[in-house]
Design a protein around this ligand. Structure first.
Ligand code: SAM
Length: 219
């Protein structure tokens, strides 16, 4: 998880376990639709690509032929350790792992063509700052591809998300189940080109509402 947000002891124990069991915990979700959604979205990635909060690297082998090189950003040491193993395995394009938070990306302005965020704007401590950073490091006309679980549009369901936000955040390593990520994107320098509403397959109700799509920077 993001260093320090819930304390070092928590991070050393639960953070490590979370990284270790992440792929297994998501297996049914991936097999029942999320994996296909990821592949369809990532086929749109082009040129120099940055992925924030890349986790264990679930996306790394799903990128299409349009990708020139892949920069995977991940601040959590436990996730990064797992990601490093995947990054090293038989890559078709150059890939590098950079341990940094999305809110402070160590790259020059206008570096990348495509940015990717999957199930990560729920967890970064400051999602608006992360999106601002993505806009900075993307070239004019660059695109953001996203899949995020979000705050429910239904007021009753959103109230349950608010009630369970704290215990869920503790269990799910910093994940906020009630974030209005579409609003964060709408208030950013990006113009949302495509926004689809769906459901995270095989997920409990508080993390079921899902958005996916693309957003573009003015060229
Ligand atoms: C739920 S996992 C998602 C992993 C992966 N993106 C996926 O699609 O499965 C959330 C990820 O966000 C990372 N994260 C937490 N704080 C972050 C930050 N400030 N900047 C970037 N990533 C962060 C976590 O370490 C974790 O790897």
């Amino acid at each position: 998880m993001a260093a320090g947000a819930l304390g070092k002891a928590y991070d050393a124990t639960w953070g490590r376990a979370f990284a270790r069991f992440y792929d297994r915990a998501l297996k049914a979700t991936e097999e029942n639709g999320l994996g296909e959604m990821r592949a369809a979205l990532l086929a749109e990635a082009r040129g120099r690509v940055i992925e924030i909060g890349a986790g264990t690297g679930v996306n790394v082998d799903l990128y299409g032929p349009g990708v020139e090189d892949l920069t995977l950003v991940e601040p959590d040491e436990h996730m990064a350790a797992r990601l490093r193993e995947r990054v090293g395995r038989g890559a078709r394009v150059p890939r590098r792992l950079v341990e940094a938070p999305a809110e402070a990306l160590p790259f020059a302005d206008d570096t990348f063509d495509t940015a990717v965020a999957t199930l990560v704007l729920c967890t970064v401590p400051d999602p608006a700052a992360a999106v601002t950073e993505l806009a900075r490091v993307l070239k004019p006309g660059g695109r953001l591809l996203f899949i995020e679980h979000v705050r429910s549009a239904d007021a009753g369901s959103a109230r349950w998300q608010d009630r369970f936000e704290k215990p869920w955040r503790f269990m799910a390593d910093g994940c906020h189940c009630n974030r209005d990520t579409a609003a964060t994107l709408g208030a950013s320098a990006f113009r949302v080109e495509r926004l689809e509403h769906g459901k995270l397959p095989k997920a409990i109700p508080i993390v079921r509402p899902l958005i996916s799509g693309t957003a573009v920077l003015a060229s």
